[in-house]
Design a protein around this ligand. Structure first.
Ligand SMILES: O=C(O)CCC(=O)C(=O)O
Ligand SMILES: [Fe+2]
Length: 308
């Protein structure tokens, strides 16, 4: 049986990068302290109580899914912005983009009786159109313990390097067994799926995922966290949501009504009532965290500034 490597959250970025490259998944323990866990619980329990179960086998007839966690929960924002995870995500995706963005936020609550989810790769969200690059870096935060019995995520270590057609044999699948407060890191290409919850209590995971800044995101962040909410957030989080230029030309807007104050190729920050900052690219963020991103050369002009 394969096993996932589990390290304390104090692990070095070099070690995390090496294991993610080798296995496509790993666990960091102690990533969320008791005080933050308590706040996340208090803010998310009422949301989950109102969430419906899935209406197909993949989303799970005995599973609730709850999104818009940035807009709805200040405590969840802290998990989204966890510096260790963000540094690892930036370093991992830096070869393929100027900046990363938030792909989705989703509480996945497996209720008792939920069966195993179909094994899959999350990158399939984009179909098969990105064969040669890694588009995605994912997390599942354990808000309850994850056990073999309650549906700990199934993972196939190393499968991110497999031929896309190859299927996992049962003996190649392990589970992300981890204490509450840990976080499973996994790539967009590694085979995984929810486990079976054969216990009598829910298994709650908080899926927070990041992707290349030039891709469409699974959760539409501009609708889940529209400008009137986004303008109250920290600039780093605003940018991660996509309220910034993705590169020289990506992501400008024109005001719906012509405006003397906002040009027709305006950077998104203007919709939040502020000017763009000098934007840290994925490469710069990774370097700041001590990571070596190899020969990545950023495309010129990460900020368009005010054009037009
Ligand atoms: O809940 C889990 O453990 C994994 C869920 C998952 O992989 C998915 O819904 O894409
Ligand atoms: Fe998945």
């Amino acid at each position: 049986m394969p096993e996932l490597t589990s390290l304390p959250v104090s692990a070095s970025q070099d070690d995390i990068a090496e294991i993610m490259e080798r296995d496509g998944a790993m666990i960091l323990t102690g990533a969320m302290d008791d005080a933050l866990l308590a706040r996340v619980d208090a803010e998310t329990q009422p949301l989950m109580a109102k969430s419906a179960t899935g209406n197909d086998a993949f989303t799970g007839h005995n599973t609730t899914r709850t999104g818009a966690l940035v807009a709805r929960s200040p405590a969840c924002r802290e998990a989204v912005m966890n510096p260790v995870v963000l540094a690892a995500a930036n370093r991992f995706l830096a070869p393929y983009c100027d900046r990363i963005q938030l792909h989705l936020t989703q509480l996945i609550r497996l209720l008792p009786g939920q069966g195993k989810q179909l094994l899959h790769r999350d990158r399939l969200a984009w179909g098969g159109y990105l064969p040669d690059i890694e588009p995605q870096f994912n997390t599942i935060w354990a808000l309850t313990p994850f056990t073999a019995h309650n549906g700990a995520t199934q993972v196939v270590p190393g499968s991110q390097k497999w031929d896309p057609q190859r299927e996992a044999k049962p003996q190649e699948v392990c589970q992300a067994v981890m204490p509450r407060g840990s976080v499973l890191l996994y790539t967009g290409s590694v085979i995984h799926g929810g486990g079976e919850n054969a216990s009598t209590t829910p298994r709650i995971g908080m899926n927070i995922t990041y992707c290349l800044g030039w891709l469409r995101t699974e959760e539409n962040q501009y609708l889940s966290c529209p400008p009137d909410v986004a303008r109250t957030l920290d600039a780093d989080l605003q940018e991660l949501l996509g309220y910034t230029m993705g590169s020289y030309a990506l992501g400008y807007f024109s005001p719906p009504q012509p405006s003397p104050d906002i040009p027709d190729t305006a950077p998104p920050e203007l919709a939040l009532g502020r000017l763009p900052r000098a934007a840290p690219t994925a490469k710069k963020i990774a370097e700041k965290a001590g990571g070596d991103v190899g020969s990545f050369v950023p495309v010129a002009g990460g900020q368009s500034g005010l054009r037009g």
